[in-house]
Design a protein around this ligand. Structure first.
Ligand code: ADP
Length: 176
């Protein structure tokens, strides 16, 4: 599914984000930029050690913020590492932190003149964010960004499994 908001195409797709050829892909990292399981592990193993070398030099990233490194051997030239919140009960600022993670990633892409970006479903794995709520925040933040900024032409949401894709599909329909 895809929608055009001003000059930005927002697309949903099922797949593996490490195969994306957008200018940048986003990693769902942890605050220590230490690498981990899930999408983080997949990005580091596909991109090679150059990514971790730069993560070590950067040192860390607070929840809701974003940093940028090389894409190493990935097709994407860069990786933006952002840290989504661990979901507890939704009453600990999780929604705002997840929104910040998407917004700050988009801002950093724009600052680096990167016109296409792919996101995974941040916080919906080990960090336990309910998928429908996370999809709503992910899509609303991207739509709002596309309405108020120019320069990013393509935002792809790469969903690892069919069920997550369907959740995103339903939320996107509701938002339009
Ligand atoms: P978090 O710690 O932020 O929850 P996870 O990596 O555990 O991060 O999960 C985030 C989402 O990324 C999950 O929906 C998971 O299914 C998905 N995911 C895992 N591997 C990949 C991959 N290679 N490409 C795209 N999405 C992935």
């Amino acid at each position: 599914m895809e929608v055009k908001i001003n000059e930005t195409l927002i697309m949903l797709d099922c797949g593996d984000i490490t195969l994306e050829d957008t200018a940048v892909i986003v990693n769902a990292a942890n605050e220590h930029l230490a690498g981990g399981a899930g999408v983080d592990g997949a990005i580091h193993s596909a991109g090679g050690p150059a990514i971790m070398d730069q993560c070590r030099k950067i040192g860390g990233c607070p929840t809701g913020q974003a940093v940028i490194t090389t894409g190493g051997m990935l097709r994407a030239g860069y990786v933006i590492h952002t840290v989504g919140p661990v979901y507890r009960d939704g009453k600990n600022g999780e929604a705002e932190l997840l929104q910040n993670a998407y917004h700050n990633s988009l801002k950093l892409a724009l600052q680096n003149h990167l016109q296409s970006i792919s996101f995974p479903a941040i916080s919906t794995g080990v960090y336990g964010y309910p998928k429908d709520k996370a999809a709503h925040i992910a899509l609303k933040t991207c739509i709002d960004f596309a309405r108020t900024n120019t320069g990013i032409h393509l935002i792809r949401h790469i969903l690892f499994d069919r069920r997550t894709y369907e959740v995103y599909f339903d939320e996107l329909k509701k938002l339009l």
